[in-house]
Design a protein around this ligand. Sequence first.
Ligand code: ATP
Ligand code: MG
Length: 488
Amino acid sequence: MSTQRARSHRQRPRAKGVAAGEQPSATQAVPGGESPDQRMASSPTHIDLSKARRESTPRRRSRTRADRPLYTVEPAPPEAVPPSAPETVADDAAPARVAPKTYAVELDEVRVDPDAAKVVRRLTRYGHEGYLVGGCVRDLLLGRAPKDFDVATSARPDDVRRLFRNSRIIGRRFKLVHVLFGGNKVIETATFRRNPQPEDERGGDLLIRQDNVFGEAHEDALRRDFTINGLFYDLEKKLVLDWVGGMPDIECRTVRTIGDPVVRFLEDPVRILRAIKFAARLDLGVAPDLYDAIVQCRGSLAMAARPRLFEELMRLMRGGASHRSIWLAWETGVLDVVLPELAAYLSDQADSDGLVWKMLSAVDRHTQERDAPLEDVVLCAVLLLEPMREACSGTADRVGTAFEFLEPVVDRLNVPRRIADAIRRIVAMMPRLLDGKSGKFRRTPVYLAAREVMSLYEDATGGAPLTQRLDAVPPAKPAGRKRTRRGQ
Ligand code: ATP
Ligand code: MG
């Protein structure tokens, strides 16, 4: 039974900040069939991981926003569809429409990208539907600055292209439009689409292999992964349109799939990593059924497209919440599928506050200080450093052993060769770097990444100032060309 498996994973030794007393736990199961409103009204029913996160990583609070409400919810204006459960509205002239629940919400205008607003307004001026959707709406409602802004529209890609000269159509299978603005800004503008029906696109299983069917706004909301990602914002009317129960989940800060989590994870296993990412990065709880489905479906990650796996793993590491992300992945058994080398290493460690966890905390501190993610080479090296060092210890041929160790990882995750080669060299050089010696290695392009890894190592161990020692030694002179008879 899934809960049984979940429990066995929950019993793993805890990393720093998530030890027994302060441990995230499923406080109460969500009774089946409960409406989103009931969920919002009831006491916390999600696995609240926020306490552990807060204690392991102090968070900086923006002074300017500290006391301002994130948004205001007011009664919907009379002409809007009144809040009610989504229902089908029969219309003789048009196909059945589904009315959303609506929430009058005044978003923080300063944070709404003016170019995204421009795109939405032009679309609606020309008679199309146009909304802000997905991550940007979620982030604005949670009081965060969105990374980027996405627009969903009833307009077909060619219509969008015609409306914006500064745009290009991308994608072969599913066409969408990138509207381009200064500073390399891209507003991704996608036509509403729907989840393919089993008979449309799928083989014998649930896995979605194609995702290219245009649809209506409500279908576009329902095809999305999590309720918090399925909200649409109408800029003109200042309304959140909610077909998926996302607003109650924003209120109670919970990651929940749209529909049955097992089905949604089997359709697209990468959603498992996305759930972990949102829980960790946004400091949210996860619904108990979602947690159990992660444990139950984790094996299906082996079926996911390998480049997507690598990209999502890197996203777990880039967002300033790598410690929490990897901990969740390890606890749920997801790490055993994606990176068994690291999972086995962590499980063998008696010390639940070991170097890997400390380095992950250092990654998060550095990311927050720089306000930008670290290089993928560095992030990948942090994940593999300790298991690789263990594998290489005592061998004369460190490079060869590192190579053998990395091959299955490269194969499983499609790690770019450039990154795999760099990690191999960093691990091979590590004993010398720890002695403060960089020699000719300092002149290679990999050195900067290696120095960053050393800086994280020094931060995690609180030990000798490694980077100072490395910097103090002048770089080795370039090897002089051997004089030959002809060159004399
Ligand atoms: P981030 O802040 O990390 O970019 P995001 O929610 O914007 O988060 P994207 O990967 O940019 O994530 O995707 C944009 C939106 O597309 C999501 O909010 C979600 O609604 C939808 N989406 C993305 N990936 C999936 C997926 N695998 N299955 C269903 N919907 C998805
Ligand atoms: Mg996004």
